[in-house]
Design a binder for this molecule. Structure first.
Ligand SMILES: Nc1ncnc2c1ncn2[C@@H]1O[C@H](COP(=O)(O)OP(=O)(O)OP(=O)(O)O)[C@@H](O)[C@H]1O
Ligand SMILES: Cc1ncsc1CCO
Ligand SMILES: [Mg+2]
Length: 276
């Protein structure tokens, strides 16, 4: 486990990334599921980024070059959306922009699994899923699934995540009671968050978009940016939970708390520890 010095270093890393995000206000293109669009856009705005839900293949050649990062989420995938996802990933790659994959409910069907495996071939900078999603993707098998929700603890998926990171070259993040991030060698755990976040739909999708925004501010340190985004989101959830009466008011207070996060709170309360 990490010592206090390690925790303080991560607090200042997280604050630096959040401050840069607020200053730079990166434009994030989101090709995402129909459930997540509102909370994803509001999470990005509250953090200081600029969201754009642009998903027509006809717009990608003109629009994607103006973005600082792309998020691709297969949560409500249909065959007509997949070419646009691949085109946006290809443009991001050509122009050296980061892109992040959310394999939402990847274990639900062969169609979704095949689509995600094809997207992984396009080398996402980061892949973020829950425990069941990362296990299904890493093993390329449908296995046990409960739609968009996880049947696994995030800690059950750490070996699968390491293996996926090694085979894909992507940073892999698993959300859950502890959020894990690995590049195939290093593993860190981000401890901030509250269980009630699971009772608001698409908080996982929203944190994936926040990861894209953080990585956009420092592409050369995608591992650190991913860990920082997960911690900052979890910390906003903790502060929001202090004001909430249930999931609906937590959704509101989460967004307010993300918007209002200050340096002292981030330095004192971000908790990231090293597992390797
Ligand atoms: N038991 C828990 N304790 C604390 N925080 C949690 C817990 N479970 C999930 N979270 C947090 O909730 C957020 C969403 O993670 P989750 O694993 O539920 O994503 P998901 O299953 O992909 O969600 P969705 O598909 O609805 O977007 C993350 O910020 C995560 O850290
Ligand atoms: C509920 C749901 N179904 C498909 S995507 C989604 C949002 C959370 O991933
Ligand atoms: Mg999800």
């Amino acid at each position: 486990m990490a010592d206090q010095e390690d925790t303080n270093t991560w607090g200042s890393t997280s604050w630096t990334r959040l401050s840069s995000l607020r200053q730079q206000s990166p434009l994030i293109q989101c090709i995402t599921n129909l459930v997540s669009m509102d909370i994803m856009a509001n999470t990005l705005l509250a953090a200081g980024a600029s969201p754009a839900m642009v998903h027509s293949i006809l717009e990608i050649p003109e629009f994607t070059p103006h973005t600082q990062a792309v998020v691709i989420n297969v949560g409500t995938l249909t065959p007509d959306w997949l070419p646009a996802m691949k085109a946006a990933a290809a443009v991001a790659n050509q122009l050296g922009k980061p892109w992040v994959l959310d394999p939402a409910a990847v274990g639900a069907s062969g169609f979704r699994l095949k689509a995600c495996l094809e997207l992984i071939e396009l080398k996402p900078t980061v892949v973020r899923g829950n425990g069941s999603e990362i296990i299904a993707l890493s093993m390329a098998s449908l296995g046990s699934t409960k739609g968009a929700d996880s049947l696994h603890e995030s800690s059950d998926a750490v070996e699968a995540a390491k293996s996926l990171a090694k085979s894909s070259g992507s940073i892999v993040a698993i959300s859950g009671s502890v959020d894990f991030v690995t590049d195939g060698q290093r593993v860190i755990g981000a401890h901030n968050g509250v269980p009630m976040l699971q009772k608001i739909t698409a908080t996982g999708c929203a944190v994936t978009a926040l990861i894209a925004a953080f990585v956009a501010t420092d592409q050369t340190h995608a591992f650190e940016a991913t860990a920082s985004a997960l911690s900052v989101f979890g910390l906003a959830g903790e502060i929001g939970m202090g004001l909430a009466k249930g999931p609906a008011s937590l959704r509101m207070h989460l967004i307010d708390s993300l918007h209002g996060l200050d340096q002292e709170t981030v330095l004192q309360r971000v908790k990231i520890t090293s597992f390797s």
